[in-house]
Design a protein. Sequence first.
Length: 135
Amino acid sequence: NGTETLDFNYNESFQYLDAGLRCGYFIIRNGRINISPYASISGSFLQSKRYDDPDDNKKEYKAFNSFTHGPGLHTEIKLKEFKTSNRYYNYGYEHSYISFKVDAGYNFIAKHKDDYFKGNTPYVMVELIWGIGDF
C-alpha cells in the first residue's frame, strides 16, 4: 500500500521552529506585574534529520510544516529595578530591571504531512529578562 516504517531512536533530536506574530492587550499592567492574553499567527515545522540526504530532499522527514494559530497568555513579574548614572551624557539615570516572564499557549496546526502525526502544539516558555528602560 506504499507505506513505509520510519524508526527513530530514543532521545533522538528533532528540529522545531515556530516563528510569527503575537497580538494581545494588557489586562493588568502596573509597576510590578504585566498580564496579557494574545493570539498568535505563525509558521511552524517539526523535522528529523535522521533520513536527510543532501542530494535528495524527499528523504528529509517533516512531521509537519504548516501555518499555525492559537491563544496564549503572557505574564511578567518585575523582580528588581536598577538606576545607574548615564555614562554617555553625564546627567540623569538609566533605568533597567530584572523580570521573570512566562508565556504559555496552544497552537493549532492547520495541516499535517501524514496520519502518523496528529495533534497540536501546547507550549510554555520561561525566561529571565534584563530589560532596559521602564517596566
